[in-house]
Design a protein around this ligand. Structure first.
Ligand SMILES: Nc1nc2c(ncn2[C@@H]2O[C@H](COP(=O)(O)OP(=O)(O)OP(=O)(O)O)[C@@H](O)[C@H]2O)c(=O)[nH]1
Ligand SMILES: [Zn+2]
Length: 188
């Protein structure tokens, strides 16, 4: 579990190390706030993504299901700064095995609430759905801005990193891939 007392002590140390006075009024509660915040934004480390998955049988629908523009907030594991963007998650069910729509967004949330790399997050979302629903294919695209590339370092605000993970038929069949990509890229 997340050790809030340890985070509080570490934040106090960092404040001292940057030359601040952790005992001044405005900073007194900061270590505790940061500890509570980390507990929230890293909660995915202690949540089993499999626990949220629920499968339905819907024999009528054998076509692509896509949830677009799922808001995404994660923390880059290199700098512990946020990367922010959207995830598009699509899959083609096998024999009518479908997921509740909200579960796609829940999977994104849980896997994002960990120190992450955008590439790994993208793959983990795809692999989780492949394992859970055994669909014919999964496609995940994430578009995100990394604060470590905008507010510091190379300083390129507005630049977006796009990553994709294709599984099953979306990897092997060009027509299926073109279909899912055009759905993901359509502006409507
Ligand atoms: N592949 C990948 N790289 C990332 C991600 N988030 C941050 N990075 C990169 O991680 C790299 C870390 O590079 P280092 O040279 O070790 O660290 P640094 O000196 O702080 O690098 P700069 O950011 O270039 O100043 C940088 O190029 C970041 O842009 C991510 O999700 N995926
Ligand atoms: Zn970074």
């Amino acid at each position: 579990m997340i050790d809030k007392e340890k985070i509080k002590k570490a934040v106090r140390d960092i404040l001292e190390a940057i030359g601040e006075n952790p005992d001044r009024e405005g900073l007194l509660e900061t270590p505790d706030r940061v500890a509570r915040m980390y507990e929230e934004i890293f909660a995915g480390l202690h949540t089993n993504v499999k626990d949220v998955i629920k499968i339905f049988q819907e024999d009528e629908h054998q076509e692509i299901i896509l949830v677009k523009d799922i808001p995404l907030y994660s923390m880059c594991e290199h700098h512990l700064l946020p990367f922010i963007g959207v995830a598009h998650v699509a899959y083609l069910p096998r024999k009518g095995r479908i997921l509740g729509l909200s579960k796609l967004a829940r999977i994104v949330d849980i896997l994002a609430k960990r120190p992450q790399l955008q590439e790994r997050l993208t793959s983990e979302i795809a692999d989780t759905i492949m394992e859970a629903v055994n669909p014919l294919g999964v496609a995940v695209v994430i578009e995100a801005e990394h604060l470590c590339m905008t507010m510091r370092g190379v300083k390129k605000p507005g630049s977006k990193t796009v990553t994709s993970a294709l599984r099953g038929i979306f990897r092997t069949d060009q027509k299926s891939r073109a279909e899912v990509m055009s759905l993901i890229n359509s502006k409507k």
